[in-house]
Design a protein around this ligand. Sequence first.
Ligand code: AMP
Length: 407
Amino acid sequence: MKILVINAGSSSLKYQLFDMKNENVLCSGIVERIGLNGSRLVHKVQGKKYTIESAVKDHKIALKLVLDILTDKEKGVIKSMNEINAVGHRVVHGGETFSGSVLIDEKVMKALEDNIELAPLHNPPNIMGIRAAKELLPDVPHVGTFDTAFHQTLSKKAYLYAIPLRYYTKYKIRRYGFHGTSHFYVSHRTAEILNKPVEEMKIITCHIGNGSSVAAVKYGKSVDTSMGFTPLEGLVMGTRSGDLDPAIVTFLQEKENLSYKEINSILNKESGAFGLSNGLSSDMRDIENAALEDHNDAAKIALDIYDYRIAKYVGAYAAAMNGVDAITFTAGVGENSAYARADVCSYLEFLGLKVDPNKNNIRGKEAIISTDDSKVKVLVVPTNEELVIARDTQKITQNIKNEEEVS
Ligand code: AMP
């Protein structure tokens, strides 16, 4: 069975084609700058990379370009589009409607549209990607996997904010959490690596990248997570502030005469490591280099606050679960930065946790980086959201087939 996984953003469309026989990625790529000048497709197959400059006006043309290259004699990996058995789509916000992946029918499309209000930046491009794929591949099942779904197990005490309850009833203001597919994959993989049932483990997963979140995963289920109503809450990120006193918002609006759009933009695009480093960079590699090599004071403060905030959340989630067996790092910074992992863990030695500097000296691969006698295990697990989407798509497609055979 071959499954195409699609992740449509506002100006990009990422794809991977899986052969589910052995969960092999046959090829992957991205169409960048959709609707802008200089749009192009970057296609990777068997270690080779092809770049094709082409005017791409919208997501349908982007996907057409992808399907053309998948079936191309020289750069392709399949003979015809008929070899694609199903399509899996990443969707950012499933609201309270979706607690797992679903087959996308018209009812689901309507629910996705109803959720636009909750994710105005993310859901519209996801929907465009689904519509384009359903038009170009009308005869195969399409499945949606939601970033919010894994966190639908949070209890009221973790997801309600202490504002008048009527706003939850009226506007569904609550913690949703994001990066759910990543936290699911990484926590379950952590249990596999440690050779223990996930149902018996308390795991804290740290997805630390450009956008970052921490999740408390108790017995295989998410019980708390640092992103909230939107992906702005929680950790310090590349350009996002994360947690702050809500009174700062109204104070700044008044002092600087800012509209709600302007303050929203400042908190989402000008804050985080970028804001703290005086605009030096939102990229943590640059911040680490400036702080550690060039001894730039603003970068050092940005780096310290970034790591300190992660450690605070890990401590809080150890309390939320009344213990922790393993802490796992993933995503761009979590997978690659030995400094960030060591710095975060230096606050957590009170848990009986010890990192082995030699084991920690790795990048982008699975590893246990704690010492053998560490009470809490510390791991690095590269995330693989696409594989989760492909597996869910396969499961749901198989179920439809079985139901058809029974009826
Ligand atoms: P992601 O959003 O998961 O793609 O992560 C992107 C972030 O990972 C960027 O801030 C990168 O600078 C950061 N990153 C990648 N490699 C490293 C590294 N070796 N050290 C520190 N940060 C890194």
